[in-house]
Design a protein around this ligand. Sequence first.
Ligand SMILES: Nc1ncnc2c1ncn2[C@@H]1O[C@H](COP(=O)(O)OP(=O)(O)OP(=O)(O)O)[C@@H](O)[C@H]1O
Ligand SMILES: [Mg+2]
Length: 411
Amino acid sequence: MVQRVPIAAEHVLHHFLGISRALAGRLDFQSMIEAVSEEIRFILPHDHLDVSLLLDDDSHLSAYETGLHTSWSDFAFHPLAIARSPIRTVLLGEAPYLLSDDAMNDERFQFPGALNHPIFDARLRSRLHVPLRARGEVIGALSCSSHAANYYTLDDVRHTQHVADLLASYLYALRQTEQAKQLAIAEAQIRAREEGLRLGVLRLTEELENERQRIGMDLHDQTLADMTRLHRRIGRLQSLDAVPATELAPIGQALHESMQELRLIIDAVKPTILQLFGFVEGLEDLLLRSVRNSGLAISTQLRDNTGGLANALAEPQKIALFRIIQEAVNNAIKHAAPLAITVEITASDSHLQLTIIDDGVGLDSASRLETGGLKNMQVRAQLLSAHVNIDKGPHGKGTCVQVSLPLPAQA
Ligand SMILES: Nc1ncnc2c1ncn2[C@@H]1O[C@H](COP(=O)(O)OP(=O)(O)OP(=O)(O)O)[C@@H](O)[C@H]1O
Ligand SMILES: [Mg+2]
C-alpha cells in the first residue's frame, strides 16, 4: 500500500477553486481535462485521468484522457458502444460509483465484449469512477487511475464526485456548443454543395447556350445561305421559261416559306442582338420582332429604370433573363390575344425586378405549370437564384409575370 499524506480541508477547498479558475475560457474537451488534471493532482494523485461523455444517441460514448495515452483516446473520434465500456454500470446510472483496488483483477471490468485492454496496456490498478451529472441526468463519467494497487479510498470517491459535479455543467455546455458547431458546419457544407451544384448547372447552361448559338450561326451561314442560292436558281429557271411556271412557282414558294421558318428558328436560338447591343436593346428588338412575326396588332412598350444596371449583368444572367422574357412575350402573343404588352425593368438595393404584363384573356385555372414554357421559366430563374411569380395583370385583367433577381450586396 502506497502511503498518502493527508491534506488539510482548506487545501482541498483551495484546489477546488483552482479547478473553477482553470476551467474558465476552455473551449475544447482536451484542454479542459488537462487543466483539471493539473489542479486535481494535489487532492487526488493519479497516473491517468479520463472523461467519458455520452453521445446524443444514448448508446455511444466518446472519451478524452490525460496522463497516459491509451486507445481510449480513439473514442474521441470513433465512439464506443456503452455496452462495451468497463464502467457501463456508472454510465447507465446503475451504480453510484466504482472503486477498484486492482482493476487488472477486478471481475466487474471483465465481461464478454468489454473493451478493457487499456487497463492492462497502461497497467492501471487502482481505479475510481464517478458519474458526471447535468440537468438530473448522467452525461458521462470522470475516472482517475493509479499504477499502484489499493490506492484510493471512499474519501477520494467523495472528492472526485465534487470535482465531477463542478466539471459536469462545463462539459454539458461545451457539448451543446460542439453540437451546435457541428450542425452549423453540416449546414454550411450543404449550402456550399448546393451553391457548387448551382454554379455547375449555370456553367452547363452557358455551354448549352453557346452550343445553341453555334448551331444558330451554322444554320444561318450555311443552310440559309444554301437555301437562298437555291431560291435564286429557281428564280433564274423561271425567267428562262425552260420549265413550266406552274411546276416551279410552288417549289419556289415552299422554299421561301421554309426559309422564313428557318429565320425564325435562328432568331430564337441566337440572341445576337443581346450580345451586340446589350440586354435592353435586345429586349426591344425581341418585342418588335415577335409582334411583327405574329401579324397581330399589339402595341409594345419597354421601360428600363435601372440606369444601366440591367446591361451590366453577367452574360449567363442576361441570357437566362432574356429567355424568360422571350417565353413570357411569346406566351402572351400565342395565348392571350392582347392589345398591349409591356416589359418593365426596375432595381432596388437588393433586387432587379422584371415585369412582363399583357392585357389579354389571362391564365385559365387549367393552365399547366409543371411542364412546358412556364416550367422552363421557373427552372431558369432558380438557376439564377431568382424568383418568378405569375399572376393576373393590373385590375385583374391579363397576365403579369414578375422575375425578381437578387443583386450582390453593395460593399
Ligand atoms: N400570357 C398568357 N395569357 C394566357 N394564357 C397563358 C399565358 N401564358 C401561359 N398561358 C397558358 O398557360 C399554358 C402553359 O404555358 P406554357 O408556356 O407552359 O406552355 P405553352 O406555351 O402552351 O407551350 P410551350 O411549351 O411551347 O411554351 C398555356 O398553354 C396557356 O394556356
Ligand atoms: Mg409557352
